[in-house]
Design a protein around this ligand. Structure first.
Ligand code: SF4
Length: 297
């Protein structure tokens, strides 16, 4: 197990690595405006850092504050979300802004329980908002953070732990949660990477029970629901994303949508499948049907 002296040394080394090598230029790390942090955290839920970096600033130019987002048309919010994928997040963000506008004086609440009542905000995001925006002494655990701490302990020891999440929380240095989480996330993406970890140049190798070769216990991934396209399995969320991209530009009927979003579209066998996706998008409030054509809501 890792002793408390080793833990202090690990904290020191990760923070000093971060001071030299961290991504300090990320725009959402230059602010403590909770609305801006909220936007970045929702974007980062399922989109990678380079893509979020591309879209974050332009989104905030269009919707600089809660008031602007709350009063925007839903179709404009979906348009500004272009390229980020998982469009349901944009709808939740829009609903969230309306609630902040009507109930919270256009301010993002500064406590976890209230944040958790807002659409699209779960335990990870609520803590992340308060860590990155206010440096609250909280912990937030994603797969990358978990990977580093687990490898430090070694897989065998890790499996024996009763509450691994408590172990991760114990690593957060009091009063430095923002810096710590930023550092750990950058360290996980640059050094202790999922594949081919850079153990030989790792500043933690003296303490790491997985050095020099972390062999992870990775669970086999379940295949996502999807459909064959030109002999390849394509997840349904990709087709959903393509539909939204198309309807951002124009109204279309079913066949126009089909031939655009699926390169081997079959007018007989694919129709029922596509209709189901469109019905779901309509139920979720992202699109609407007017006579035989669909458009963004
Ligand atoms: S030695 Fe390797 S496995 Fe251990 S923390 Fe460093 S990069 Fe990760």
């Amino acid at each position: 197990m890792i002793t408390s002296t080793q833990k202090l040394e690990i904290q020191k080394r990760i923070l000093s690595w971060y001071a030299e090598m961290g991504r300090n230029d990320l725009p959402w790390r230059q602010t403590d405006n909770l609305y801006h942090i909220l936007i970045s955290e929702i974007m980062l839920q399922q989109t990678n850092v380079p893509k979020v970096r591309e879209r974050y600033v332009s989104f905030l130019e269009k919707f600089p504050d809660v008031n602007a987002l709350a009063n925007a048309k839903q179709s404009d919010v979906l348009r500004a979300w272009q390229g980020l994928g998982y469009n349901r997040r944009a709808l939740n963000l829009h609903k969230c802004a309306k609630i902040l506008h009507s109930k919270y004086d256009e301010k993002v609440p500064e406590n976890v329980d209230t944040l958790l009542t807002l659409p699209g905000i779960g335990p990870y995001t609520s803590n992340a908002i308060l860590i990155f925006g206010k440096n609250h002494d909280l912990a937030t655990i994603d797969v990358n953070v978990e990977r580093v701490i687990r490898r430090l302990h070694g897989n065998k020891n890790w499996k024996k732990l009763k509450s691994p999440s408590d172990k991760i929380k114990q690593f957060v240095p009091k009063g430095h949660s923002r810096e710590w989480h930023e550092a750990l996330m950058d360290f996980a993406s640059a050094i202790c990477t999922k594949r081919k970890a850079k153990c030989l140049i790792c500043p933690l190798k003296d303490f790491c029970k997985s050095f020099p070769d972390p062999s992870d216990f990775t669970k086999p991934k379940n295949r996502e629901v999807g459909r064959e396209e030109n002999g390849k399995h394509v997840p349904r969320r990709i087709f959903r994303g393509r539909i939204i991209e198309l309807l951002r530009e124009r109204r279309c009927d079913l066949t126009q949508i089909g031939v655009t979003i699926k390169s081997d579209w079959n007018d007989i066998s694919d129709k029922k499948w596509l209709k189901e996706i469109l019905d779901n998008l309509e139920k979720e409030g992202m699109i609407e049907r007017i006579r035989q054509k669909w458009k963004l809501k």
